[in-house]
Design a protein around this ligand. Structure first.
Ligand code: ZN
Length: 161
């Protein structure tokens, strides 16, 4: 197992890794399988809900999302259906100590490849739907702070409770 370094937006230069568009995975080889395993270890260690490959410096379309039951591995994920709307707090392992309010669909269906190269679809609601959108945005160089109506320090959010 390996815990990867998560790029902090403050250390990422302008137009750096977090802002680049990731390329599709063409061949699911040993490197991609290792990346999936390491990303899952890293997500668990960080107590996160989702992680995208560019956050660990790999510009490939790979994300992992914890849907509360297990950590889903999504290779070349695409959103194929959205329903409803939700507005709520969002945070990012690459933007530590911050939260923002972002409007997202309530229900999101994603099509992706699994580690065996088989296509599957998975639907998530609420937090999982939010995570699918957030992680796939990372593959396109988009951060939630681009979409948030406001971005707050964690300490400010805690004061509001
Ligand atoms: Zn993020």
């Amino acid at each position: 197992m390996a815990i990867l370094n998560i790029i902090n937006v403050n250390d990422d230069k302008e137009n750096g890794t977090l802002r680049k568009k990731s390329r599709p995975v063409e061949q699911i080889n040993a490197r991609i399988l290792q990346l999936l395993d390491d990303m899952k270890d890293t997500l668990r260690a960080a107590n996160g809900i989702g992680l995208a490959a560019p956050q660990v410096g790999v510009l490939r379309r790979v994300v992992v999302v914890d849907n509360g039951e297990k950590i889903l591995e999504l290779i070349n994920p695409e959103i194929v259906k959205t329903e409803g709307e939700q507005t709520g707090f969002e945070a990012c392992l690459s933007v530590p100590g911050k939260y923002g309010t972002v409007k997202r669909p309530m229900r999101v269906t994603v099509k992706a490849l699994d580690r065996n190269g088989n296509e599957f679809t998975v639907t998530g609601e609420e937090l999982t739907a939010r995570a699918f959108c957030h992680e796939i945005d990372h593959l396109n160089g988009v951060l939630y702070t681009d979409l948030a109506s406001e971005v707050l320090d964690q300490s400010e959010v805690e004061e509001d409770k």
